[in-house]
Design a protein around this ligand. Structure first.
Ligand code: AMP
Length: 242
């Protein structure tokens, strides 16, 4: 896919249940537009692995499949979004995950994220719409490369050699919270706490739903189309022809 780094894309948000393909698509969008992928799950896992204060607070919550408290995650996201590489845009994957986080993010954009050429930047929110019956298989089949972060699925996106990364030959790993015992808890957390986020963006008219059961390439193409349509709509301004 050709890379397009010529313009501002603004904030992109991927919402969807665990296993819906947010990580895979966020990576593709990030590569396509040359913007950072900001995965709160990845940042938290990195903190757990490094044994930071945040990691120690988050570790047991994550192992149970529950959500880390809003204030911890919002502070972490604020720090990340203030970095210079977010200026042209970024793709958020796994955040916001509660109505409180969504409200916090809007306030953050209002006060801090200001794009001079387009006025205030509203996020494009993509809902990864999946068949719930397929989710369990998608999650238990998930493997990732500990070196490059590429995500595979033993059912739908297998590596060329079993359990080995195509790109760098590392042995693939299964996430600690992708075990059957924890999956139910994570799906319940999604239903109770993240569904309201979907409703929040729907009410604001910012949600674009994409059928995430389609093959990875097709889902990616639909997401790019949604982003391009929105960006095209935004560049047609009443004053632009005057
Ligand atoms: P993920 O990789 O997005 O599935 O996230 C893995 C785990 O990290 C989740 O099950 C939560 O425990 C935690 N987590 C990630 N993002 C958030 C968030 N926005 N709010 C609270 N907890 C989060």
């Amino acid at each position: 896919m050709a890379q397009d780094t010529s313009r501002n894309v603004g904030p992109l948000i991927l919402v969807g249940p665990p296993g819906s393909g947010k990580g895979t698509q966020a990576k593709r969008i990030a590569e396509r537009y040359g913007i950072p992928q900001i995965s709160t799950g990845d940042i938290l896992r990195d903190n757990v692995a490094r044994g930071t204060e945040l990691g120690m607070q988050a570790k047991s919550v994550m192992a149970r499949g529950d959500l880390v408290p809003d204030n911890l995650v919002c502070d972490m996201v604020a720090t990340r979004l203030r970095q210079a590489d977010c200026e042209r845009g970024f793709v958020l994957d796994g955040f916001p995950r509660t109505a409180a986080q969504a409200g916090w993010l809007d306030a953050f954009f209002e006060h801090e994220f200001f794009d001079n050429s387009h006025g205030k930047c509203l996020p494009i929110v993509i809902l990864m719409d999946v068949d719930y019956n397929l989710l369990k298989a998608r999650i238990t089949g998930r493997r990732s490369c500990p070196t490059c972060g590429r995500i595979y699925n033993v059912h739908s996106q297998p590596p060329r050699i079993d359990e080995v990364c195509d790109l760098d030959g590392s042995k693939l790993v299964t996430r600690n919270d992708d075990r059957e015992e924890v999956i139910g808890e994570r799906l319940a957390a999604y239903e109770e706490q993240t569904r309201p986020v979907v409703d929040y963006y729907k009410r604001k008219g910012r949600l674009v739903s994409v059928n995430a059961d389609l093959p990875v390439e097709e889902v990616g193409a639909r997401i790019i189309r949604a982003i391009e349509n929105r960006n095209a709509a935004e560049t047609v301004r009443p004053s632009s022809g005057a």
